[in-house]
Design a protein around this ligand. Structure first.
Ligand code: PMP
Length: 351
């Protein structure tokens, strides 16, 4: 080993779902929205002048935080925006998890959490979900350096009621509690309601899922002004210009549009409920989903084999080769047409 090699950072990175290089695939593997974003976004997308390319973007992301503030009836100082909620969560880890005590998140959850914890050298413990993949709230009563979990959880799609979130907050008033609500719009009650009561709560949401803008990379945190200021101080200590002006402008145009948003949400939820019936008929079992994906397993067939068969038919779903969940597939809810093709392929496989 050369002397300089020992100073190279070694870390097992997060592995995102595959973005296929070929066209004409049915892509149900990264929880994107199958419908286009709101018409306002498509319209705004056409109107770019050269200054957008030439100038640095607004480091304060004012246009977007102002629109978010208007929409939620809060102040712009209650919002931190970043390059997808991944960026927001990564900054939150660096800002709030600086204790010697371990932070806590479930053993089966968004697999980026342990990567950030390793990356920033944050100690962590991962209480086990119960046999039905549900959070055991009492586990989070232990002393810790902070708490984070998604609600609904990923990849299980299970929603915890607001009463469970509040119970965890009540028992964790000395640390920051982050609720990652990437999938909350598909049927959950947001913890935003609890912000007035718990100054140590940070809620993180994204434009990537229900708002159909994964490509624009927009995420945001909502919290008390002191928390948001602390996150901005960390952000401005790394990179002032994280969000490009294009994303800020397009993102700011769609927040107010509830009509289109609700319409596509309704379509996805209907397709999901139908998928629950179809997948049950095909012999799959799954925890009840309140997200835009379903986490399925089959008694007779191995998840990995089904995954490979579907891929050979150009249908991409997500398989995690992780102990405890390595016989499950996470299937994103697509359009009705896409889902019909999935059911056909599954029927063929099972025959
Ligand atoms: N949180 C959870 C639970 C997720 O599944 C994802 C999507 N991979 C994210 C956060 C990040 O999404 P984005 O960066 O697109 O906002």
């Amino acid at each position: 080993m050369k002397a300089w090699e020992k100073n190279i950072r070694k870390i097992a990175p997060y592995v995102p779902g595959e973005q296929p290089k070929v066209k004409d695939v049915i892509k149900l593997n990264t929880n994107e929205n199958p419908y286009p974003p709101a018409p306002e976004a498509l319209e705004a997308n056409k109107k770019f002048d050269t200054d957008i390319l030439r100038l640095y973007p607004d480091p304060d992301a004012t246009i977007l935080t102002e629109e978010l503030a208007k929409f939620y009836g809060l102040d712009k100082e209650n919002f931190f925006v970043g390059v997808g909620s991944d960026d927001v969560l990564s900054i939150a880890f660096q800002t709030f998890f600086n204790s010697d005590k371990p932070i806590m998140f479930p053993n089966i959850t968004y697999s980026f959490y342990c990567v950030w914890a390793d990356m920033y050298k944050i100690p962590y413990t991962c209480p086990k979900l119960d046999g039905d993949f549900k959070l055991v709230k009492e586990d989070y009563y232990a002393e810790n350096g902070g708490v984070i979990f998604p609600n609904p959880n990923a990849p299980t799609a299970i929603l915890e009621p607001l009463s469970t979130i509040e119970d965890i907050l009540m028992h964790n008033q000395d640390v920051i509690v982050i609720v990652d609500e990437a999938y909350i719009d598909f049927g959950g009650e947001s913890a935003i309601k609890l912000l007035d009561k718990y100054e140590n709560l940070l809620v993180v949401q994204t434009f990537s899922k229900a708002r159909s803008m994964a490509g624009m990379r927009i995420g945001y945190a909502i919290g008390g002004k002191r928390l948001i200021k602390a996150m901005n101080d960390v952000k401005f200590s790394i990179n002032s210009y994280t969000m490009n002006q294009h994303s800020l402008l397009v993102g700011s145009k769609i927040i107010a549009d509830r009509e289109y948003f609700n319409e596509t949400l309704k379509k996805i939820v209907n397709t999901r409920e139908n998928a629950k019936k179809k997948l049950t008929e095909l012999g799959f079992t799954f925890p009840d989903s309140k997200a835009n994906f379903i986490f399925v397993t089959h008694e007779k067939y191995k998840a990995k084999d089904i995954f490979e068969y579907l891929k050979s038919k150009n249908i991409f779903v997500r398989y995690f080769n992780t102990p405890g969940i390595d016989n499950y597939l996470r299937i994103t809810i697509g359009t009705d047409e896409q889902m019909e093709k999935l059911y056909e392929a599954l029927e063929e496989y099972i025959k």
